[in-house]
Ligand binder design. Structure first.
Ligand code: AMP
Length: 594
């Protein structure tokens, strides 16, 4: 038997670390907040943050005119958290801060942002909105919270039940106040403001400043600083308000890299531009294979079909339209948030035209561009035309993907838990609770929960996702053009393949002749060793140990070579699953080579 154990390589990319101090510390924020911002990649305060944060930390009231996408959430959340660190709350359970937001979506977004910013301070954040079960909210409020983010109606409801007290409140924020008034919350807002102590700090953000907002501000804010972030007017030739990012990847990895970037970015309405019709099909297939909702749009489709696909993007039934320039000509989709370039367009004007589709009507747009080896000069031409450099970001690593998936699982579990609380009876009649309780006699509840999550995730990754994409560093910019961050750390001539120390470069090696490779969805993390794989295959199929070739154990999956002629038979007898270390694992042909 020629079993070969392939030890894992170091997953680290060789990005130069940036040691410049984060500009947020100069605004007077606690190092723990700055640390989180660093991790989130916030390097410089946005204009509204630079203007608001120092005054708010100083305790002033504030009236701000700013739309979504300007960074206004952090502008009020960070000072609130800063002031919280400076306050001795003892075992105070009543909230320190309340944020009112017009919709459930915005409330959730703001609540999540505050939770994230305050994660190193242990801030207790509760988000409440109408329609959600009130029971758990009552419980959480009773145990104590630091910040409550609420829609006005639900806040009033909780106040009326005596569950939400604003007596100890230090900060109240009205987010998107104009929207709240438009939705008929004027009276509720006034009731809430009247229930707050006279000495509290009040912050009011609104995208527009109609007379009603001015009146509200005059009544409830005391000597506020006013901050107004005007919408940027875009210079000729440049698309407005678009966050532009480029990723450098070896050409053979572009589609895989794109899948990872989109999995992390999760756009809700994007056009992914490809050069050819064949690319459109291949990219659509890869993206849908990752569970993203993508549909192709190209000239080969009849008009009716094309209209249908575009309509599906418009009404949110699909998230990604994969298209050629020609097919996307004339498309104007109001809610488009992202433009993605699977290849850098050769013509800089085409780039500007493509990204001009986002960042409209005061919304933030995002443009993502993959720059394959050899195409850096196209990016430089674009930078010359738009007059600024496009920042280069690292392609998400395997660790980034795992972290993002864990976070998604956490969110889904939370939603399920909240939903289950609402339908207590179901859990009892379907027997799940009883089954879990029976395990509880033997195991710790935390271990049971963790095992359930691992089991649910079994088989959801592909072999591609376990290999870091080699890093490319951009060459230094020559004379006369803008420089970028990657350019400053790159080599002189052409692309350099960086990647992992000792990396083997372009993904997995092919199996030896006459052999094929199976993908098994369990690896080192599950304690799997080569002999376990041999045992499982030899037990459950007609293969003998001698037939089994090289085995590679990775963190969450394993690859095993078997004779090509035996593959069908093995897969048939296993029916796609085997048991390894007492757990089910999926077995299939390795897609990376088949
Ligand atoms: P908002 O206007 O609060 O909805 O924020 C818009 C987006 O910008 C959010 O995705 C924030 O995470 C992000 N953001 C806010 N401030 C910064 C910053 N200083 N640097 C980078 N991203 C930021």
């Amino acid at each position: 038997m020629n079993t070969l154990l392939d030890l894992p390589e170091n997953d680290q990319n060789d990005f130069t670390e940036d040691h410049t101090p984060n500009a947020f510390s100069a605004l007077g924020l606690d190092p723990r907040l700055v640390e989180v911002l660093d991790e989130l990649g916030y390097e410089t305060p946005s204009p509204i943050q630079a203007e608001s944060i120092p005054s708010l930390i100083g305790g002033r009231d504030l009236l701000g005119q700013a739309a979504t996408g300007t960074g206004k959430t952090a502008a009020f959340a960070l000072p609130m958290l800063q002031r919280l660190t400076e306050t001795d709350r003892g075992d105070e359970r009543r909230p320190f801060g309340v944020v009112l937001a017009p919709t459930r979506e915005l409330a959730m977004q703001v609540g999540e942002a505050i939770g994230r910013y305050g994660s190193k301070l242990g801030t207790r954040v509760l988000t409440v909105y109408g329609g959600a079960p009130i029971g758990p909210q009552l419980g959480t409020l009773k145990r104590g919270v630091d910040v409550v983010v609420a829609t006005p109606g639900r806040a009033i409801d909780l106040m009326n039940r005596g569950a939400l007290s604003l007596d100890a409140l230090e900060v109240v924020v009205l987010d998107e106040a104009d929207e709240m008034l438009d939705m008929g919350f004027a009276e509720d807002i006034e009731t809430i403001l009247q229930a707050t102590p006279a000495e509290r700090q009040a912050v009011l953000f609104s995208a527009t400043m109609p007379r009603r907002i001015e009146t509200l501000a005059r009544e409830y804010l005391r000597g506020p600083v006013t901050v107004r972030i005007a919408r940027e007017e875009s210079p000729a030739g440049e698309a407005p308000r678009v966050r532009q990012t480029a990723y450098m990847v070896p050409r053979t990895h572009t589609t895989t890299a794109l899948g990872r970037i989109l999995e992390l970015e999760r756009p809700t309405a994007a056009i992914v531009f490809c050069r050819t019709r064949a690319d459109v099909d291949a990219v659509t297939e890869t993206l849908t294979g990752r569970g993203l909702r993508a549909e192709a749009l190209h000239g080969g489709m009849d008009q009716e079909h094309r209209t249908r696909v575009v309509e599906r993007l418009r009404n949110g039934r699909t998230d990604l339209l994969v298209a050629t320039d020609v097919a996307a000509r004339g498309l104007d989709i109001e809610q488009l948030s992202h433009v993605v370039n699977h290849d850098v367009p050769k013509s800089p004007e085409a780039y500007v035209h493509r990204i001009g589709r986002v960042g409209r009507a005061g919304r933030e747009g995002v443009a993502i561009t993959l720059v394959p080896s050899g195409a850096i000069r196209h990016l430089r031409n674009i930078e010359r035309l738009i007059g600024k450099s496009v920042p280069i970001a690292p392609v998400p690593t395997v660790a980034d993907l795992h972290a993002a998936r864990l976070e998604r699982t956490r969110v889904q579990l939370r939603e399920q838990l909240v939903a289950d609380l609402r339908t207590d009876a179901d859990a009892e009649t379907d027997g799940v609770l009883a089954m879990v309780e029976s395990l509880g006699d033997e195991f710790d509840p935390m271990d049971i929960a963790a095992a359930a999550v691992r089991l649910a995730r079994t088989g959801t990754t592909s072999a591609d996702d376990e290999i870091d994409i080699p890093t490319l560093n951009a060459p230094r910019e020559g004379r006369g053009g803008p420089r970028d961050r990657a350019g400053d750390r790159g080599d002189r001539g052409g692309f350099r393949e960086g990647g992992r120390p000792g990396g083997r470069g372009q993904g997995p090696r092919p199996p030896k002749e006459g052999a094929t490779r199976l993908f098994v969805s369990a690896g080192r993390a599950a304690g799997v060793r080569p002999q376990d794989i041999v045992g499982a295959l030899a037990n459950e199929s007609r293969l003998s140990g001698r037939d089994i070739g090289a085995i590679q154990i990775h963190e969450r999956h394993s690859l095993v070579e078997i004779p090509e002629h035996a593959a069908d038979d093995v897969l048939r007898s296993l029916r796609g699953v085997t048991t390894l270390k007492g757990r089910r694992a999926n077995v299939r042909l390795d897609r990376a080579i088949n």
